[in-house]
Write a protein that binds this ligand. Structure first.
Ligand code: PLP
Length: 311
């Protein structure tokens, strides 16, 4: 038997959105931004990441995303040779080079490789990467108008004492399995419960419900989302009561309104859960008010950092 030849040139069969990556200290076209198959970020999901968005040429609340990213790095005993200011510059450069005015910008720290393929995570050299691609939303324009249909996964449970949900992580199998449960029942997205049966979060979003003008969102078992935090700030500005507490599936289904929050799309309505309409089945007034206030803040220079596309 003759051995196959080692390829001298790698031909990538995949296609990519337009964008720029920063990998191993180089700015690259997104199609060239690759991670080693020996990187523990890939092999063990041993990584943390964060996603900030750029809207109309400005980062939104970048300092909060950087704070969460650096806190995840510290909690996972990783380190990168960059300060927050240096990471901010790299993020800025990726967006400016991409030319995107509305962008989804991801910063990643993986455990990396160790030269001996050692299984001791302390031997690995952590890897820092960034990419900027076009902005994307969990809800499409039709779903923004009519609301999403969510399904509470009957099979997946995410206990917070397993993987610390406050560290933004790539342990997405629970979220992906939840999505397949939802699709099977005709839903468009998933809501996951913890092991006590309380509501936590969904694939890429936090969850809010409204009853008698009081907003509630799960207190524990969730990523402290930056959009969630922005909703708290907006509620405080608008004198709306918003509580972090336990939320049960029954409360969610009997709510006047349900909405979700994510950097990927902002504040988005849920109008059906497990086939049952929420409230009157339409998007609600508090959702509308907060969504408008959220996008208004994208024009407020105190909350935004402009990109310089000229240099
Ligand atoms: N929960 C999970 C599991 C997420 O992955 C995300 C964002 O990707 C969120 C919540 C929302 O967080 P943020 O508002 O910071 O985007």
């Amino acid at each position: 038997m003759t051995l196959p030849k080692i390829s001298s040139e790698y031909i990538d069969p995949h296609t990519y959105p337009k964008g720029i990556a920063y990998v191993d200290e180089q700015y690259l076209d997104i199609s060239k931004g690759k991670v080693s198959i020996l990187d523990y970020g890939f092999l063990h999901s041993d990584a943390t990441y964060d996603v900030v968005h750029v809207w109309k040429g400005s980062f939104f609340r970048l300092e909060l995303y950087l704070e969460r990213f650096f806190s995840g790095i510290e909690k996972l005993n990783m380190n990168i040779p960059y300060s927050k200011e240096e990471v901010s510059t790299i993020l800025h450069n990726c967006v400016a080079l991409s030319g995107h005015r509305d962008a989804y910008v991801e910063m990643i720290c993986t455990r990396g490789n160790s030269p001996s393929f050692s299984r001791d995570p302390r031997d690995a050299i952590n890897r820092f990467m960034v990419f900027a691609v076009p902005f994307g939303s969990i809800a499409n324009p039709k779903q923004m108008k009519l609301g999403l249909h969510a399904v509470i996964s009957p099979t997946v449970r995410i206990p917070p004492d397993s993987i610390d949900p406050s560290i933004k992580n790539y342990h997405w199998l629970d979220l992906v399995n939840g999505l397949f449960d939802a699709y099977e029942q005709g839903g468009e997205t998933a809501i996951l419960l913890d092991s006590s049966g309380n509501v936590t979060e969904g694939p890429g979003f936090n969850i809010f419900c409204v009853k008698d003008n009081i907003i509630k969102t799960p207190e524990i078992g969730v990523l402290p989302g930056i959009t969630r935090r922005t909703i708290f700030d907006l509620c405080s500005d608008l004198n709306i009561i918003c509580k972090t507490t336990t939320v049960t599936p029954t409360e969610l289904q009997n709510a006047d309104e349900v909405f979700i929050s994510s950097t990927a799309g902002g504040i988005m309505p849920i109008t059906r859960i497990n086939q049952i309409h929420i409230g009157d089945g339409n998007t609600g007034p508090l959702f509308q008010m907060l969504k408008d206030a959220y996008w208004d803040k994208h024009l407020n220079s105190d909350w935004c950092m402009p990109i310089n596309y000229d240099n």
